[in-house]
Design a protein around this ligand. Structure first.
Ligand SMILES: [Zn+2]
Length: 159
């Protein structure tokens, strides 16, 4: 789902225009390069505060309605831009905060899905590290313990 706040936080350009009957509407745009822009639907086409994003003059039309998908798509599009070294550095500096936040978001989302790995191990039980698969415990702790990472991997995942 894409909410209007997404465009504001990510500094999309707000464009206002008028319908034939004089009523105003607005939408958001993000330019990646000349001739390549992401365009939202207009505020009078949204339902329940859910927005979609597509491209101009694209057939068949494409619509995206998920913020994470859109973030990934924008990153990929920006990554394909051929810039001179200096321009590229400026661009990277400009986007760095966004990218850092995005990566943190993915890391957090991933961490929540990590579960302790338990193996039967011929009845002895074994609790394996999620990072390197080392056996961290056998016996009772293997069945009841909730450790996800060995000491080495623990340090790496916290960085
Ligand atoms: Zn490990």
């Amino acid at each position: 789902m894409i909410v209007e706040q997404y465009f504001i936080e990510n500094k999309w350009r707000k464009e206002t225009d008028q319908n034939e009957d004089g009523t105003e509407y607005y939408y958001y745009a993000l330019d990646i390069a000349d001739g390549f822009s992401f365009i939202s639907n207009s505020d009078d086409e949204t339902f329940d505060g859910e927005w979609t994003v597509g491209f101009f003059d694209c057939s068949p039309s494409m619509k995206f309605d998920d913020e994470e998908q859109l973030d990934a798509l924008i990153l990929i599009a920006r990554d394909g831009i051929e810039l001179g070294a200096e321009e590229k550095q400026e661009f990277v500096d400009f986007c760095l905060d966004d990218i850092t936040e995005l990566i943190k978001g993915f890391a957090t989302a991933h961490k929540e899905t990590v579960e302790p790995i338990r193996k039967y191990n011929s009845g002895m039980g074994a609790l394996l590290c999620n990072g390197c698969s080392t056996i961290m415990a056998t016996g009772e702790e293997a069945w009841s313990g909730n450790r996800l990472y060995c000491d080495t991997c623990e340090i790496e995942t916290k960085q």
